[in-house]
Design a binder for this molecule. Structure first.
Ligand SMILES: C[S@@+](CC[C@H](N)C(=O)[O-])C[C@H]1O[C@@H](n2cnc3c(N)ncnc32)[C@H](O)[C@@H]1O
Length: 239
């Protein structure tokens, strides 16, 4: 996973000025947390928090939030009361407390199946309190497969904070169920960088969860025709 820190730091340089502002998506995520867990206030761990807009929105809604982000997207973070941001790797970070809720929005699937299992096991064994809930966005293979071969040319839009002219190509490997999303600056095609995203059907996710200490309670939405990701609601296995 050597590419992870560089990819999200570089794309943060391209998109951060535009995408590091609180948006409707952050409010929708806060609403999803409340819909699945109640209004709280809760102790929330957010993994892979990116620019930190959702973490800040959760803290503003009254929750006590710890956010963990590997890349230098953290430099766009807006500080908030009750919010702690750690610029660390969630595979190695040491957190000395338990949480009511663990979230990972738009990021699960960066890595191999054993990596994902390692993360799920840490969530269950170290971070989630008994009776807590993990809310994890999972990439939907049906939609990523439909994007195979797509190319896009993104023109700069400085008024919106997009200063760069970029190209994007998306491919999908149905054998490994992995999407590859490649970006390059229009004038420097040799500097192309890619993210690789393992996608899971709910049935695959159920198999992945075996032995991790978490089980799939439900997904939202249940109609996977058009969504590029779905929210998996995971709960600790009780013995
Ligand atoms: C697709 S981005 C999504 C960011 C944010 N959750 C959002 O929805 O805007 C995935 C994020 O996870 C972070 N990430 C991936 N692996 C990580 C790791 N091992 N530790 C901490 N952060 C990680 C990346 O740096 C990136 O910012």
């Amino acid at each position: 996973m050597d590419w992870v820190k560089d990819f999200y730091s570089q794309t943060g340089t391209w998109w951060g000025p535009a995408e590091s502002k609180t948006s409707e998506r952050d409010h929708q995520r806060v609403a999803k947390v409340h819909a699945q867990a109640g209004d709280g206030p809760w102790r929330i761990l957010e993994l892979g928090s990116g620019y930190g807009t959702t973490a800040a929105a959760l803290a503003t809604a009254g929750h006590t939030v710890t956010a963990v982000e590997l890349s230098d997207r953290v430099r766009f973070q807006t500080p908030a009361e009750r919010l702690t941001v750690l610029n660390e790797d969630f595979y190695t970070v040491r957190l000395r407390q338990e949480f009511d809720i663990v979230c990972y929005f738009n990021g699960f699937g960066i890595g191999s199946d054993p990596d994902q299992r390692r993360l799920l096991t840490r969530i269950a064994a170290e971070w989630l309190r008994p009776g807590g809930v993990a809310l994890i966005d999972v990439y939907n293979p049906f939609t990523w497969n439909s994007w195979h071969g797509d190319e896009e040319h993104r023109h700069p839009d400085p008024s919106q904070g997009y200063a760069y002219e970029l190209h994007e190509r998306t491919t999908f490997d149905p054998v490994t169920c992995t999407a590859t999303d490649t970006w390059w600056p229009a004038d420097r095609p040799h500097e192309a960088i890619s993210q690789k995203l393992r996608c899971y059907t709910p049935a695959d996710l159920t198999l992945l969860l075996e032995g991790t200490g978490l089980r799939l309670d439900k997904i939202d939405p249940t109609n996977l025709r058009d969504e590029y990701e779905y929210l998996a609601v995971l709960r600790p296995v009780t013995r």
